[in-house]
Design a protein around this ligand. Structure first.
Ligand SMILES: NC(=O)c1ccc[n+]([C@@H]2O[C@H](COP(=O)([O-])OP(=O)(O)OC[C@H]3O[C@@H](n4cnc5c(N)ncnc54)[C@H](OP(=O)(O)O)[C@@H]3O)[C@@H](O)[C@H]2O)c1
Length: 333
């Protein structure tokens, strides 16, 4: 088996995440990974990196045999899938942050991983800096994971926090989230719950072996939450959060949804503010565990990409244990 001692990276995308990764690798030469080429869309943009690094030609990376890792962090789902699938077919390991693309193409991506035997890692795509995928994949036995409840969208959580704590208007809070790089370029993706349900769809695969299209999951965003709702919640010592939840029922099936919920102020998730994400896992004998960290932003997201890169050094792959090694759970309803 090949050992990826030296990682030679072809990077797609030099935006919030891509540039973050570039800067981190520059700060950490000991990591021993080189970005050989960066493919972007608009060649005219000013970038804080040597000009000769950039190309608009995908094949300059995909057909370069000296590049053994592709990092795909672009913001267009269709091209992202083409890049990732070609890279896997060309024998490269792939790290991606593109949750929309992963949610839309999970069955094909599962098949490609099986067929090519290449690693496809995407820890940063859900909850950015929190290692939730690897935890679900490696730590929790099939029978012991009772429920998982999470705030997976930093941007809506930021907006709700600003509406609650600083009484900002919805638009004002959204503008601020976008300015700080926490929001998707298309705000509808965050606000109407699409981003959260995208992440939830593949987290359900790692948690319970469920492979389901997002349109078959119940979800809503925060588009109907109004200042008045915040007032009522505050009066009754509740917060409003956009919560993604999955719970094993007595029937053995799993109920899963993403919905705004009233959360008691002593709930773990009430502690999760601004662009932070949080995950509460209930498992047999362990009771509740709470994971907390930044769910968006340049360095926090790039830090998860970096962790995936370092996992590639020992050929780490997701085994999708709950899907392939157990009888996958069925979705309720
Ligand atoms: N931002 C976050 O906090 C965060 C967190 C987790 C996951 N993600 C995911 O990570 C991905 C990147 O997000 P981002 O915030 O870094 O996006 P971004 O700041 O909008 O940057 C996107 C980059 O992709 C490039 N690009 C777009 N289409 C391309 C194409 N067809 N071929 C080559 N390059 C292309 C753009 O090129 P130009 O520079 O030439 O325009 C730009 O450099 C997205 O899938 C996002 O959902 C982001």
């Amino acid at each position: 088996m090949e050992t990826h001692k030296q990682l030679t990276i072809g990077l797609f995308g030099f935006g919030v995440v891509g540039e973050g990764l570039y800067k981190i690798l520059k700060q950490k030469p000991s990591f021993n990974a080189t970005i050989k080429k960066v493919c972007i869309k608009n060649p005219g943009k000013r970038r804080e990196a040597p000009e000769e690094l950039f190309t608009t030609d995908r094949d300059a990376i995909l057909n370069d045999p000296s590049i053994n890792v592709v990092v795909e962090v672009i913001n267009e789902s269709g091209p992202a899938y083409e890049i990732v699938s070609t890279a896997l077919k060309n024998g490269k390991s792939v790290v991606s942050a593109s949750k929309k693309m992963i949610a839309e193409h999970l069955p094909e991506l599962l098949e490609l991983q099986q067929r090519t035997g290449e690693s496809f890692l995407y820890e940063s795509a859900a909850c950015a800096s929190i290692p939730v995928i690897r935890n679900l994949e490696e730590y929790y036995d099939n029978d012991l994971l009772h429920s998982i409840k999470a705030i997976v969208n930093g941007s809506t959580n930021f907006i709700l926090t600003k509406m609650f704590e600083e009484k900002l208007g919805f638009r004002e809070a959204l503008d601020l989230a976008q300015k700080l790089g926490f929001a998707e370029s298309d705000p509808k993706l965050d606000v109407e719950g699409f981003d959260a349900v995208n992440k939830w769809s593949f987290l359900l695969t790692h948690a319970y072996g469920i492979v389901e299209k997002t349109e078959n999951l119940v979800f809503s965003g925060i588009q109907f939450v109004q200042g008045r709702d915040a007032d009522v919640a505050r009066e009754k010592h509740f917060d409003i959060k956009l919560v993604a939840q999955a719970k094993k029922l007595e029937s053995g099936k799993v109920a899963a949804f993403v919905l705004p919920q009233f959360i008691k102020q002593d709930d773990h998730l009430a502690f999760v503010k601004n662009e932070y994400n949080g995950v509460v896992i209930e498992s047999g004998f362990a009771d509740k565990q709470f994971f907390y960290g930044k769910g968006a932003g340049s360095f926090p997201t790039a830090s998860a990409v970096l962790s995936d890169l370092s996992a590639l050094r020992y050929q780490y792959k997701y085994e999708y244990k709950k899907l392939y090694h157990h009888t996958p759970h069925e979705l309720d309803g």
